[in-house]
Design a protein around this ligand. Sequence first.
Ligand code: IPE
Ligand code: IPE
Ligand code: MG
Length: 267
Amino acid sequence: MASSFESSTKTIPDFGSVPRHVAIIMDGNGRWAKKRLLPRIAGHSRGVETVRGAVRHCLARGIGYLTLFAFSSENWRRPADEVSLLMQLFARALMQEVSRLEANGVRLRIVGDLSRFDAELQALIHAAERKTAANDKLTLTIAANYGGRWDIVQAINRMAVEHPEKQGRWTEDDLAPYLSMSYAPEPDLFIRTGGEERISNFLLWQLAYTEFHFTGTYWPEFDSAAFDQAIASYQKRERRFGRTSEQLLTGEDGAAGGEDFPAEANA
Ligand code: IPE
Ligand code: IPE
Ligand code: MG
């Protein structure tokens, strides 16, 4: 198993002024609704419309991968009625949006522990993924019942089963292909709306060298101007990947990415 993309800790990724991959924590739906004296689910419904706009914007700007955190492993802790309405909304969005995605060349992928969803929702997910599997303009990933820790642990378990002979000598490169987003480059830009400045167990491994952008704008109000502001902020960053500014100016790189040390060497 091999991933076709560079690892930011092994090589300097090939990146340009437009992020190849944007990952977003869509937060603030509940507060958006509360401010309007509406039920929280009204904020989530509005949030689905924002998703549509964000997909359009990625297509317009030539962003190849958009990953959206829709439901975390920890969101089951919410009141049962909100969880159930969120599941209904997810199912409805899958039914209503897939043909539009298909028409626009968007490939849909869902990552997370899907086994906890009911059979009907799982069937909708698989059908939507199959229907859009040949598209390659934009890969839209929805993280649902996803947790960064869950992802790393499921990857370790699968790697250990498939490569027991390497026990004690597994490397980053051995693990990376088992992570649920191994089909995508690591995110260049991470955005969190809603004002909180935390990762909330999103893509822990993959965000190693991602640029972060936090905005107080609630997700239902995150329009294309707000998206462009995030991209503009990204374009001002100096991405060093461990090197010095001087090296970036002269174009001279030092040693290649860090070597993986065998476990014995660290003892
Ligand atoms: C994000 O909005 C959507 C989900 C977590 C499903 P929230 O529902 O967390 O909105 P706030 O943070 O309460 O405003
Ligand atoms: C993170 O938002 C998860 C999603 C947006 C799906 P939360 O609203 O659940 O995060 P916390 O609880 O404020 O950290
Ligand atoms: Mg929230």
